[in-house]
Ligand binder design. Structure first.
Ligand SMILES: [Zn+2]
Length: 180
């Protein structure tokens, strides 16, 4: 008899997860003095507004506390996968995590849970569909020990493989379910 609960908890502690921000339209407004205010939606990102300073790469809203964070090009870089470098640290709460922007470069972000040499990993890629996402796996897919556990849209991505592993790209959801 295997104790499946004990099994999952060992695996969970061995891999690092990223948070994926969903793209959304935020509501900008301007007061009489010309000051702009914006209403962000927790866990989403939006493109800079018209007339935004050139250093503004994107705006994100902390998935944990909802604070709006501005991504400044002297502090952050966003690579072609929509990954934000360095990791995001919220200045209002304890949220600190590797983060991706979905639909950066206008394509959907996919997450692929794989196993290489028995170790679970999650890879991210932009693609128009699953077949294209699979093509973007790159050289790692030629390793003998390589196995795809699950492939899907990165938003809310949860995969369970046959060892009872729980791989997820949606870290906030998982945190809550682990605590309960
Ligand atoms: Zn926060």
């Amino acid at each position: 008899m295997t104790d499946s609960l004990a099994n999952t908890s060992t695996v969970r502690s061995t891999h690092v997860e990223a948070f994926v921000f969903k793209k959304s339209e935020w509501e900008y407004s301007q007061d009489a003095d010309g000051h702009r205010t914006v209403k962000g939606y927790a866990g989403t990102w939006t493109t800079p507004y018209d007339g935004a300073p050139p250093w503004l790469l994107a705006l994100i809203s902390c998935p944990s506390c909802g604070a709006n964070l501005l991504l400044h090009d002297r502090v952050h870089q966003i690579d072609r996968l929509g990954k934000i470098h360095p990791d995001i640290r919220c200045n209002k709460c304890a949220f600190s995590r590797a983060c991706y922007l979905d639909k950066w470069n206008d394509k959907d972000l996919y997450a692929c849970a794989i196993e290489v040499d028995g170790r679970p990993e999650i890879h991210y890629m932009h693609a128009s569909n699953q077949a294209e996402a699979r093509l973007h796996m790159g050289p790692i897919a030629h390793k003998k020990s390589f196995r795809i556990v699950a492939l899907g849209r990165a938003i809310g991505f949860v995969a369970n493989d046959d060892h009872g592993e729980d791989l997820s790209a949606d870290v906030m959801t998982k945190k809550e379910s682990q605590q309960s």
